[in-house]
Write a new protein. Structure first.
Length: 375
């Protein structure tokens, strides 16, 4: 009989134990998270009211294109807020229900965003079976592994699986599946587009719900007993505010366009003003996180910058495909991917910053086997 424990020792990783998180709502919805949600709800209600008032103003007083863009963003923020709040409220039933529902909701957003992305990329008949693998094997499996991870009591049981499945096995098996179909025309171009969509829309975004199972501590070594749902809410809020502030500063003082052929509305003034403004808000909301004020500022600065990088990258893809927006599921003229592009790029960075700099050091032997840490 094979001794799995012996092999896990040789591999410097403990054998998996499948025990589920306790069925209670301790630290799921704490006071800081509740306050933050109420503040965001109030702000969205005010923004919606302002948008409705502006929509009724004569076109001579305000640019109607700006009003339409503002209102479409508000509608999209309502959708994302509803998704997060729905998952949080289900968490009042139990932690497991809240975590699983949040993962499922992000899976639905990922699936739809991937659909929008693939719709814009020309495919051939030889790609269809590979796309079946992408939509119905790799995408569900990625979120299944993340979901299993967030409901297990043991820290990051499945991280070593979902962190490599798409970058390694997806990158190898999908081209092989297309090659087996026998169509070599524009092979590299077709494969690159499929893998780019899978990497951004599925792999990168899946790190957002993975935040729910991070066991964190403050920088002075004290266990953090805050709400993981609140930390996820904080992340999404700061990234989205970075996008809002960049748009606002672009309109107010934007002069030097960064890359006119890619996005004529993105300026250096808007970029610096947006990321600094988002970082300041993130710093003021430090009480929702395990970070100190200056740490919250630095982390927010990084994820706001990554959000900007995501927005520019997806704009370049749209220009390459000759379209203005990815879809119209969200009311207005934009699609889901238009509103989550910044989250896709920021999620893995935020996850790994919090994981590697604020993870509970008592778990260091699991994170860094053989290093001697935590002993």
């Amino acid at each position: 009989m094979i001794d799995l424990a012996r092999f896990s020792t040789l591999g410097a990783l403990p054998a998996p134990t499948f025990s589920f998180a306790p069925l209670n709502n301790v630290y799921w919805l704490d006071t800081p998270t509740t306050i933050l949600m109420l503040v965001v709800l109030t702000s969205l209600a005010v923004a919606f009211a302002v948008g409705e008032v502006l929509k009724r103003q004569p076109e001579t007083t305000i640019n109607p294109a700006v009003v339409r863009t503002f209102n479409s963003r508000v509608y999209a923020w309502w959708m994302m807020f509803a998704i997060l709040v729905f998952g949080v409220l289900l968490g009042l039933i139990s932690v497991v229900v809240g975590r699983v529902s949040t993962v499922v909701l992000f899976f639905a957003v990922s699936f739809w965003a991937l659909r929008e992305f693939i719709t814009l990329t020309p495919t051939r008949g030889a790609d269809h079976r590979a796309l079946f693998w992408v939509f119905f094997i790799f995408t569900p499996l990625q979120y299944l592994l993340v979901g299993l991870d967030v409901v297990m009591t043991d820290f990051n049981q499945f991280y070593r699986w979902y962190s490599i499945m798409i970058p390694v096995y997806g990158s190898l098996l999908i081209p092989a599946r297309v090659a087996l179909a026998g169509d070599y025309k524009r092979f590299l171009e077709r494969i690159a587009k499929i893998q780019m969509g899978l990497l951004i829309c599925v792999y990168a975004l899946s790190y957002a719900p993975a935040i729910l199972h991070l066991r964190l501590q403050t920088s002075d070594g004290k266990p953090w007993e805050g709400s993981a749902a609140g930390l996820l809410f904080y992340f999404v809020l700061v990234v989205q505010l970075g996008d809002v502030f960049q748009f606002s500063w672009d309109k107010l003082i934007g002069r030097r366009v960064i890359a006119p052929p890619i996005n004529a509305g993105k300026t250096w003034e808007g970029f610096f003003g947006g990321v600094v403004s988002a970082a300041l808000v993130g710093m003021l909301l430090w009480w929702v996180t395990p970070f100190r004020m200056w740490e919250a500022f630095c982390v927010s600065l990084v994820i706001a910058t990554m959000g900007f990088a995501g927005s520019m990258t997806m704009s370049a893809i749209k220009r390459d495909r000759g379209v203005r927006d990815y879809g119209t599921l969200v009311r207005g003229h934009v699609g889901v991917l238009d509103r989550i592009d910044c989250i896709c790029f920021a999620a893995p960075v935020f996850y790994h910053i919090t994981r590697f700099f604020f993870a509970n050091q008592s778990l260091a032997p699991l994170l860094f086997p053989g290093s001697g840490l935590g002993s």
